[in-house]
Design a protein around this ligand. Structure first.
Ligand code: ZN
Length: 310
């Protein structure tokens, strides 16, 4: 296990409260929790609100497993930008002798990684990643481009933390826009406002800000500066626990980054641009629980109406 980020007293108290009330089910590993029925009910209702907000665009629905071909995270340069967050799947490929040694080590909870070999699989770190090659494989985009709803997919980030809002595996509701540069950027900007209104309708004190991705290392600082100056990433922030507000949604304009990798073209052959939005579902649920309390029946009537309809 990598280095574990410690929680503030406030974050630790909130995590304990979530576990006490059966909202989170502890696993013994930081950032990895089961979810109780109440938590899942809220998450699914938030998901339905996002579905309703997207309905006018009639997005094309695609669903992918929480694994993707390792080649894809290699092609998009994920290991340059976020080597610290990636998760890859290894599996056993030995004979009987190695199997015995491996199981003996495992019985003692010692390191058995030397018996494991890399597979062709990696864990999905962002729910939009499988969308770009899937759409590119169909050929040029139709006139007006494409909107894809990738659903509320499980994603993995290797960042063990005691902060209950920083999970190693969580649901990201992603919608992706592919098309002409100006229509893609406008879509991204419009959605950041629609997302802000959605969170505010749930009684959350949300604000929008320019943001950067957690790029790795010295080279990453340049990427982040460029991302900020060009306003490529917008985030919606809500206070959950701790000293800083937490990002609960992001709206990302990739320019031609994915198009160049996968050969995404517009109907007339010009290069396409892409944007995506991602709602961090668990973080939105946590923000609701923190703002309105851990007992949803006692939430404000207007918030209950938005989510439960009564
Ligand atoms: Zn995305």
């Amino acid at each position: 296990m990598g280095e574990v980020r410690q929680a503030t007293a406030d974050q630790a108290a909130f995590r304990d409260e979530l576990i006490q009330h059966g909202l989170f089910i502890a696993s013994g590993v930081p950032g990895l929790y089961g979810r109780g029925a109440t938590f899942e009910d809220i998450r699914n209702r938030v998901d339905a609100r996002i579905t309703a907000a997207a309905q006018a665009e009639a997005p094309e629905s695609m669903r992918f497993p929480p694994l993707l071909p390792r080649k894809q995270i290699e092609s998009i340069g994920y290991l340059h930008s976020f080597p610290h967050l990636a998760g890859s799947v290894f599996a056993f490929e030995g004979g009987e002798d190695e199997a015995l040694l491996q199981s003996e080590r495992a019985d003692r909870h010692e390191d058995w990684s030397e018996f494991q070999r890399m597979t062709e699989l990696a864990l999905v770190p962002a729910a939009c990643y499988p969308v770009y090659p899937a759409v590119a494989a169909r050929g040029p985009l139709p006139v007006g481009g494409v909107v894809v709803d990738a659903g509320g997919a499980w994603v993995f980030r290797h960042e063990p933390s005691e902060d209950p809002a920083r999970l190693q595996m969580f649901h990201q509701r992603e919608i992706v826009r592919l098309g002409a540069p100006e229509e893609v950027r406008t879509w991204r900007d419009d959605w950041s406002e629609r997302g802000l209104a959605l969170l505010q309708s749930l009684g959350l004190d949300a604000e929008r800000d320019r943001a950067t991705d957690p790029f790795f290392g010295r080279g990453g600082r340049m990427l982040a500066a460029n991302q900020r100056s060009q306003e490529l990433k917008l985030e919606l922030l809500v206070a959950i626990a701790g000293d800083e507000p937490t990002a609960v949604a992001s709206f990302n304009y990739h320019q031609d980054h994915f198009a160049a990798i996968y050969g995404l073209a517009q109907h007339d052959g010009d290069v396409a641009h892409t944007a995506c939005l991602g709602f961090g579902q668990e973080r939105i649920v946590l923000a609701l629980l923190r703002t309105h309390g851990v007992d949803p029946p006692s939430w404000p009537a207007e918030v209950r109406r938005e989510l439960w309809g009564a």
